[in-house]
Ligand binder design. Sequence first.
Ligand SMILES: CC(C)(COP(=O)(O)OP(=O)(O)OC[C@H]1O[C@@H](n2cnc3c(N)ncnc32)[C@H](O)[C@@H]1OP(=O)(O)O)[C@@H](O)C(=O)NCCC(=O)NCCS
Length: 247
Amino acid sequence: MKEQVYQKYDAPQVTETMLQDAAILFSENYGVWDEQATVKIGSPVRLSKDRLRSQYLPDNATCFYVKVTVDGQLAGNAFACRWTVNDKTVCWVTQLVVDRNYRERGLAKGLLNQLKQNDVDIYGLMSSHPAACLAAAKAFGDSISTLQLGPIGKYAEEIMKASPIDYVKGAKLRGSVFNPGDTSGLVSSADSAFFVDHNEPLEALARVREEMDWPLGELVDGHEFLLILEARRRSRFRSTSRPESSS
Ligand SMILES: CC(C)(COP(=O)(O)OP(=O)(O)OC[C@H]1O[C@@H](n2cnc3c(N)ncnc32)[C@H](O)[C@@H]1OP(=O)(O)O)[C@@H](O)C(=O)NCCC(=O)NCCS
């Protein structure tokens, strides 16, 4: 890979051509439907540019689009949305896709890094792909192995209910984080009734589990992992203490 260029746009700056390219990237690289979906099993999950605009950049919300090109080719992109709940500013990653030819080179992490803003209090993501969660944990926090589940249980419901993005608002919270009596193996999940085939994410999950204790539990059909992270804040005050004298 030679030249990687990341560009971030506010929703009104996103052109029809950019959305057309994003629709092609998604339709060719996101995944395929599984047997419980109402469309043909194994056919690619597709999105048109008009649906991208209406579902991921709705007029009633503050949304962003980030893309990365490698040597001039669109290699990945992300959509995100911001809203406020009880004085807390939320930034939610609503879509993340990297072209199959450019995966495992840090592009997802790089895209999410572009979404970081100093005034954001909480970042969120629903995804069936463990790599998306790993990338988000590194970009917005520390790493998935130091993830605190407490904020997920504390904030998920109020944040998601207030979301201007329909599929986030409509998702049902599942797992032991939300119901300590849940013995299904789910820890932090959302039932989004999104029946994308899970073979690829499950293979990734098996690989990840060889290296670490995966904190978000099992992945079941129609569900996605749910990740919520409190923003790490840099101290607003610089230390005024002087270095100690060596004499
Ligand atoms: C999920 C996806 C965006 C990741 O993109 P990517 O550019 O390959 O991710 P990165 O290279 O930034 O990798 C992030 C982390 O995941 C790991 N990872 C990536 N792919 C992996 C895989 N298949 N198996 C195991 N780990 C994987 C990387 O090693 C990295 O971990 P590290 O930070 O500990 O080194 C990409 O696989 C994709 O587009 N998948 C299909 C669409 C999808 O499921 N999107 C998420 C829905 S929101």
